[in-house]
Design a protein around this ligand. Structure first.
Ligand SMILES: C[S@@+](CC[C@H](N)C(=O)[O-])C[C@H]1O[C@@H](n2cnc3c(N)ncnc32)[C@H](O)[C@@H]1O
Length: 209
């Protein structure tokens, strides 16, 4: 038994519809390792339940696995706006949302996150944000979302250790630079409290004071 299998067998179970989405993701989509999966999905659901957001936003829907974990943790009146640049995923995402009892709390949007954020419930604040789209743009996502986060809001950012490349001096590709810029920006922002969880590819929790 691997440690990962041990962990998965000692945390809350993965709902059947999410198991099915994970299977469909592995079978039909490119880069299936982008899917949050059992452990990270349970953490997203739990953090969302603790935060009880009225309004949440996700950048990077992909197969809608993480989307439905966040939707699961939302209160009944809660809404999750999820943004995806690749409109070829629309049929896949529609099917994923329809398969879940929590899909009705989700509003999908297709287009580039930076072009869409301002049009989503303008003037309203988000209680929760999950950042998981283009790694080169993470710092811009932070700048765009920060004024929209309510005090007490929580931002979660995925892939913030980027396979360890963040500490490799010879690794300077645009995605690694994007993640480093984001990590530096957040670490130097006095308006937030920040923790990087070294799980999977690095998950940063950012609390807006
Ligand atoms: C890592 S995957 C998301 C995985 C998903 N959140 C999960 O955890 O299961 C990243 C997604 O972001 C999308 N994406 C890339 N650039 C984007 C952009 N500028 N705006 C919105 N989505 C983008 C990609 O098409 C891809 O589906």
């Amino acid at each position: 038994m691997t440690l990962e299998e041990y962990i998965d067998s000692h945390i809350s179970g993965e709902p059947e519809e999410l198991q099915a989405i994970d299977r469909r993701t592995q079978l039909y989509l490119l880069n299936p390792r982008m899917c949050s999966g059992h452990l990270q999905g349970r953490l997203l659901a739990l953090l969302t339940r603790m935060q009880a957001p009225r309004r949440a936003i996700e950048l990077g829907t992909y197969s809608a696995y993480s989307t439905l974990c966040i939707a699961e943790g939302l209160p009944e009146q809660g809404v999750l706006h999820t943004l995806e640049a690749n409109d070829e995923l629309e049929d896949f995402i529609t099917r994923s949302l329809a398969s879940s009892p929590h899909g009705a709390k989700v509003v999908p949007h297709y287009g580039k996150a930076l072009e869409l954020i301002d049009s989503i419930e303008p003037g309203r604040e988000f209680d929760l944000a999950f950042v998981d789209a283009n790694k080169r743009e993470y710092a811009d996502y932070y700048r765009a979302l920060k004024p929209r986060m309510r005090r007490g809001g929580l931002m979660i950012a995925d892939n913030t250790l980027w396979d360890g490349h963040v500490i490799e001096p010879d690794n300077n590709d645009s995605q690694t630079r994007g993640i480093r810029e984001f990590n530096d920006l957040v670490a130097n922002d006095p308006d937030v409290e920040t923790v990087i969880l070294p799980m999977r590819d690095g998950l940063t929790l950012i609390y807006f004071k």
